[in-house]
Design a protein around this ligand. Structure first.
Ligand SMILES: Cc1ncc(C[n+]2csc(CCOP(=O)(O)OP(=O)(O)O)c2C)c(N)n1
Ligand SMILES: [Mg+2]
Length: 294
């Protein structure tokens, strides 16, 4: 198996852009993040096109969340992916690995030139992320319902060590039908893990149907609040709201960000259509989508 290594030029670009975003006035911050997210959507689409496999709908719904975290929130160094005390992002909805790989490579954890190997035999860029193969990946995920329990453990370990890093976990909404999440919600509030942030990608679609027609989650904010979490409900495609939602806990409790999103966001014919959970676009559809994105 080939090994992935840091791409210094990409890291330099990431550092420059991240600095610019941190110094920019509010409106400029939003437009820099939006432009970067659009680039990520196009690269993600090309990755799925090269592989002829993937989960494009769920990738598009988390692109703005991931872009905000990696370009404006997480305390990380892509040139030193195992640094002690780094913030962590666990992608619990591991089927959306291509979205994570796109953003990690843009930060320079590895070269974006690796993206076309997504899901090819012997490529480390598997259909679901593996922390032993891909720098920047913090947990092996894919079987839904594991990321929050893992992130809860990482956050508890940080507390035990007196470390001040934060732990973020990105979950699907259909994924919340797995009971393991609710054990972790309970444990995290019991342990007062105010260093833990669970972002729910509330796109209201799961693999083959709407969440509310399958096993309803509403009233989701109230349920999370009843489990002892500080709940922040936002538009998950609004960068101003995303930046505000990722500020540290003010309550001493773990934070749940319910991010209302659109599956397929940014590609008009894919938006809010369950068919695009893991359908692969035709060459004509790729061309049409890229016209909307670039
Ligand atoms: C335990 C488990 N059961 C089933 C699957 C198959 N599966 C992959 S994605 C998915 C739907 C997930 O829906 P959601 O969490 O809402 O994700 P998104 O809408 O973001 O794609 C399912 C059932 C799985 N990966 N793990
Ligand atoms: Mg969903």
């Amino acid at each position: 198996m080939q090994m992935l290594s840091v791409d210094e030029a990409q890291v330099a670009r990431w550092r420059g852009l991240r600095d610019e975003i941190s110094r920019a006035a509010a409106a400029e911050k939003v437009s820099l993040l939006a432009a970067e997210a659009t680039r990520h959507r196009a690269d993600n689409l090309r990755t799925i096109d090269a592989a002829q496999q993937g989960h494009i709908g769920g990738d598009m719904s988390i692109t703005d969340v991931l872009t905000t975290l990696y370009y404006a929130v997480l305390d990380i160094d892509p040139a030193d992916p195992d640094a002690d005390g780094r913030d962590r992002l666990v992608l619990s909805k591991g089927h959306c690995a291509a979205a994570l790989y796109t953003v990690l490579s843009s930060c320079g954890y590895f070269s974006p030139s690796e993206l076309p190997t997504f899901m090819a035999p012997l490529s480390p860029l598997n259909g679901h992320p593996n922390r032993l193969k891909v720098p920047g990946v913090e947990a092996n995920t894919g079987p839904l319902g594991h990321g929050l329990p893992i992130a809860t453990g990482i956050a508890k370990a940080a507390k035990l060590r007196g470390a001040s890093n934060r732990v973020f976990v990105l979950l699907g909404d259909g994924e919340l039908q797995e009971g393991s999440n609710w054990e972790a919600f309970m444990a995290a509030s019991h342990f007062k893990l105010d260093n833990l942030v669970a972002v729910v990608d509330r796109n209201r679609l799961q693999q083959g149907a709407r969440t509310e027609d399958t096993n309803s989650l509403d009233p989701l904010p109230e349920r999370l609040s009843a489990f002892g979490w500080e709940v922040r409900e936002i538009d998950g495609h609004d960068f101003t709201q995303l930046l505000a939602a990722f500020t540290p806990s003010t309550s001493g409790r773990p934070v749940a960000v319910v991010a209302h999103t659109i599956k397929g966001k940014g590609i008009s014919f894919m938006e809010d259509d369950v068919a695009w959970h893991h359908k692969v676009p035709s060459p004509e559809q790729v061309e049409a989508a890229l016209k909307e994105l670039v």
